[in-house]
Design a protein around this ligand. Structure first.
Ligand code: SAH
Ligand code: SF4
Length: 413
């Protein structure tokens, strides 16, 4: 029997999804990559440098998708660009709004794969929850995404495309004249200039479909684009990467991405974590917590979030809470615990702990000086809450299978 978590996932690597019309989609490319493409298209060094800088700024600072609107671009350059390149967006198949204001989009890639993203508005912030893979290879027992059959990595363009689409949908691109672009500044500058400024989208969490550290390169490249100071300029302090515990990649995540870390702990004993997060059989709790202790960005100002899904009778006892406190203290982790009431989905094996149990669990942790808020489930009615994401095409194919099975049964009977 194949035990999920003992094997490394085999996913389809791809940097750019080829387009049928042969043009190249610039979304998700760094400005150095755009410059390289311009050089390959026979612009000279100087022109490639200037034009890539301008195009990058138009794409990410202004949200422009039509080269004709790039008003500081020499007129003949615009059709030249349009013949060779596009500035794309993921195709929207369905957009839903929950009665609590949470929005969910079902998106489709150029090769017709479906994935989802969710926007969660709050009084003081707006969080975009983005996907890193289509499906997930890790099969956590309580997670709907883990039951998806199809897994492929999303490209940097498909990851950045989610942010672009959300800003389109929220109407958040700046208007008016564009400030001059400084053509000399080459550096891959890491943003930080982006503030709430009345904008709805202030934070990004990599907590949608997939395990971001199993798609490391693409997630890193996408986040670099999102953080770049000439474009979206989102600060790394406003981005959180959630991992189920891919220990060997955590050091690289800190060195090459540097965003906030969330870790899906969910259990404090080997027995229970092995069952509900099968990756634990490969990278155990001690190893995982040591990697957290070694995560250099973690500090009291940027604490590591431990996500803990509340499963009735599984991981929700006072002893579990006490052990959680002990572990956090033992590894001296600057930590907060996010208690997530289990979000049900059709066919799930578990139930959510009672509200009283969750409160008691939270209080016990709090009383030991560790913050442990209970996360209010958002968007449950549209299946947009944590762990509920699974693309509609998958659901339809299951429904389709059920229908076919019924028809077969009827024919037989
Ligand atoms: N793969 C990454 C990120 C995506 S999941 C990870 O596992 O961390 C985002 C969070 O939702 C994780 O903590 C995940 O364990 C949690 N989650 C998954 N299924 C859930 C469910 N049914 N109810 C509540 N939380 C769930
Ligand atoms: Fe994958 Fe995260 Fe779901 Fe586990 S919880 S199956 S790692 S998406």
């Amino acid at each position: 029997m194949q035990i999920p978590g003992y094997i490394d996932p085999v996913v389809t690597p791809r940097a750019i999804t080829p387009r049928l019309d042969g043009r190249i989609d610039l979304i998700g490319l760094s400005h150095l990559e755009i410059r390289q493409l311009f050089l390959e298209s026979q612009l000279d060094e100087k022109a490639a440098k200037l034009r890539s800088k301008q195009v990058f700024h138009w794409i990410y600072h202004r949200g422009i998708t039509d080269f004709e609107l790039m008003t500081d671009m020499a007129k003949p350059m615009r059709p030249w660009l349009a013949q060779r390149f596009v500035i794309g967006r993921p195709e929207v198949i369905e957009a839903q709004v929950s009665n609590d204001g949470t929005r969910k989009w079902l998106l489709r890639t150029d090769d017709a794969q479906d994935y989802e993203m969710v926007f969660i508005p709050d009084a003081d912030r707006g969080t975009l929850c983005i996907s890193s893979q289509i499906g997930c290879t890790l099969n956590c027992r309580f997670c709907h995404t883990g039951t998806m059959r199809l897994v492929r990595n999303l490209t940097p363009g498909e990851i950045v495309g989610q942010v672009m689409l959300a800003r389109d949908a929220l109407g958040e691109w700046p208007k008016g004249n564009m400030a001059a672009v400084n053509a000399d500044d080459d550096e891959d500058d890491e943003g930080g200039h982006y503030t709430a400024d009345g904008r709805m989208l202030t934070n990004i969490v990599l907590m949608g479909m997939g395990e971001p550290l199993y798609n490391f390169d693409n997630v890193r490249d996408a986040m670099k684009v999102v953080m770049h100071g000439d474009g979206l300029a989102l600060s790394k302090r406003r981005i959180t990467l959630s991992t189920s515990g891919v220990v060997p990649m955590m050091k690289r995540a800190s060195e090459e991405i540097g965003v906030n870390l969330a870790v899906s702990l969910h259990a404090v004993t080997k027995e229970i974590r092995d069952e509900i997060v099968p990756l634990n059989r490969k990278y155990g709790i001690e190893e995982l917590l040591q990697a957290c202790a070694d995560y250099p960005q973690a500090s009291n100002a940027r604490r590591i979030t431990f996500e803990y899904v509340m499963l009735k009778g599984k991981n929700d006892s006072d002893d579990d809470a006490r052990e959680l406190v002990r572990l956090i203290k033992h590894y001296r982790l600057p930590a907060k615990v996010n208690l997530i009431p289990f979000n049900p989905w059709p066919g799930a094996d578990y139930e959510c702990s009672t509200p009283e149990r969750i409160r008691a669990f939270s209080t016990l942790i709090f009383s030991n000086g560790i913050s442990a808020p209970v996360r209010t489930p958002r968007g449950r009615d549209i299946m947009a809450a944590c762990g509920q994401l699974k693309s509609a095409s998958e659901k339809k194919s299951r429904a389709e299978l059920d229908r076919l099975a019924e028809e077969k049964q009827a024919a037989l009977g």
